[in-house]
Design a protein around this ligand. Structure first.
Ligand SMILES: O=C(O)[C@H]1O[C@H](OP(=O)(O)OP(=O)(O)OC[C@H]2O[C@@H](n3ccc(=O)[nH]c3=O)[C@H](O)[C@@H]2O)[C@H](O)[C@@H](O)[C@@H]1O
Length: 437
């Protein structure tokens, strides 16, 4: 270190001495620079540590979303070109057509519903956050399909109120088809927070926007057969009890139904919840059993087939996607207008809930037999006791209410539907190479 007197010798006023820059002054500058560099590194290090261990990535709260697994970023949006695309996509092209915001448009049901609406001349705008709960490349392929049909999908999350408001500023949607959700029964044990984020917080955010816009849209949204939980009265009727959910997923869907009641009651929103029963088909979800059974049978991998206590049969009321699409469109077409305006209810509004199932449950072991025949490969069956993972033993829909009110009548049996799925699967994933239809 340099003695203090050197520093004391530096003239306090500007003058020639300063111009000369004595060696001790240069050294002082070097020391200052070294200190500055050192503290800058310390500071940057702290920032790095802070962000690396941010709550989203490492929260210890049991219900915090494990968003590190999911891409929830909202892309930059705005600008005249963006608005033009939105308007073009949402433009109604048929007489008496409706304009629909489809959330979860790049999802399995969302894609099929969006295409069907667009093809009959309705205005359709998609919204999807493209999260990575399952392979996002499949969602991108569905998006490409939608674009070819004329449906633009805005990339964003239903929790983004600013984005939702903006979309309603650009288009006066008459209807919202709300299909964005965290799906899957078993994944709820792994990432409970993602269910709260999408199925509760996201739903409330969407309804908050819908109640405050003018005119308010009518909303049709996806509930689930899982709300019947431990109900053992078959077939499941909308009048049966739904207060014994067997999974957090089911509980969030049931909560959604209660939230819908509230927004209908206070704000006059027209709301229709559809309880889907294990929907399957082309462009389906890879996390569902029929999908990964197909993949693993083809790979020669063993597949776990659940059975209940005492070799009890586990069965599902598998419902083909085209039947579900017809139910969704009929629900939109019969939805009455919301009655509120300026965030205030002006009169009673429609509140409905319907089962959309196939009314013929099939044991999971029979599903596997059908796949074996279609794939011409023998499955390596690994029969195991139904784990305590949220799965229920069976589902079976009573669809008389949907039949009466919506004209809903499923026409595809599991054999026929799986044949179409397998054809799509081989075409899409065949020979290990991906080929989009
Ligand atoms: O009906 C519904 O509302 C629900 O339908 C499906 O849930 P799930 O019926 O459990 O469909 P899968 O996960 O495809 O399971 C189908 C059947 O295969 C069984 N399974 C599943 C996985 C497995 O490894 N082995 C197995 O035997 C399940 O216990 C179940 O009986 C969807 O995944 C949910 O998102 C949807 O809400």
């Amino acid at each position: 270190m340099y003695p203090m007197k050197h520093i004391d010798n530096i003239p306090s006023t500007p003058g020639k001495f300063k111009m000369e820059k004595p060696p001790y002054n240069r050294l002082r500058i070097h020391i200052s620079l070294a200190k500055l560099t050192f503290w800058s590194f310390v500071f940057l290090g702290l920032i790095f540590v802070f962000f690396y261990r941010s709550p989203a990535a490492s929260s210890s709260s049991p219900v915090s979303s494990d968003l590190s697994r999911r891409s929830l970023r909202t892309n930059s949006y705005g600008g005249p070109a963006w608005e033009k695309r939105i308007k073009a996509s949402a433009k109604v092209r048929s007489r008496n057509g409706i304009s629909v915001l489809v959330t979860g448009a790049a999802g399995f049901v969302g894609t099929h519903v969006s295409v069907a609406l667009k093809r009959r001349g309705d205005g359709v705008l998609g919204l999807d956050n493209f999260n990575d709960y399952y392979d996002p490349s499949l969602k991108r392929a569905r998006q490409a399909l939608l674009e070819r049909t004329g449906v633009y999908v805005v990339e964003g999350d239903i929790n983004d109120a600013t984005l939702l408001k903006k979309l309603f500023d650009i288009v006066q949607f008459s209807h919202v088809m709300h299909l964005a959700a965290q799906a899957g029964v078993r994944y709820a044990m792994e990432n409970p927070g993602s269910y709260v984020h999408s199925n509760i917080a996201g739903l409330v955010n969407l309804l908050e926007i819908c109640k405050s816009v003018n005119p308010q849209p009518a909303i049709v949204w996806a509930s689930s057969s899982s709300v019947y939980g431990l109900n053992s009265k078959v077939p499941f009727s909308e009048k049966d009890r739904t207060d014994q959910p067997a999974s957090l997923y089911a509980a969030t869907k049931k909560a959604g139904e209660e939230i819908a009641h509230t927004y209908n009651h206070i704000y006059g929103l027209s709301l229709t919840g559809l309880r889907f029963f294990t929907v399957y088909g082309p462009w389906g979800r890879p996390d569902m059993a029929y999908f990964f059974f197909t993949r693993d049978i083809l790979k020669g991998k063993s597949i776990p087939i659940f059975e209940a206590a005492n070799h009890g049969t586990v069965a599902r009321d598998f419902t083909y996607i085209d039947d579900i699409v017809k139910g969704c469109l009929a629900a939109l077409d019969t939805a009455e207008k919301s009655t509120g305006s300026g965030g205030k209810k002006k009169g009673p509004a429609q509140l409905r809930v319907f089962n959309l199932g196939n009314t013929s449950p099939v044991p999971v072991s029979d599903l596997v037999s059908i796949l074996e025949r279609l794939l011409k490969v023998k499955a390596k069956r690994l029969v195991m006791k139904l784990p305590r993972n949220g799965d229920v033993q069976f589902t079976h829909a009573n669809i008389s209410s949907a039949h009466k009110e919506l004209g809903y009548k499923p026409t595809t049996d599991l054999q026929t539907g799986l044949k179409k799925f397998v054809r799509w699967y081989i075409n899409y994933y065949g020979n290990g190479k991906k080929s989009v239809q």
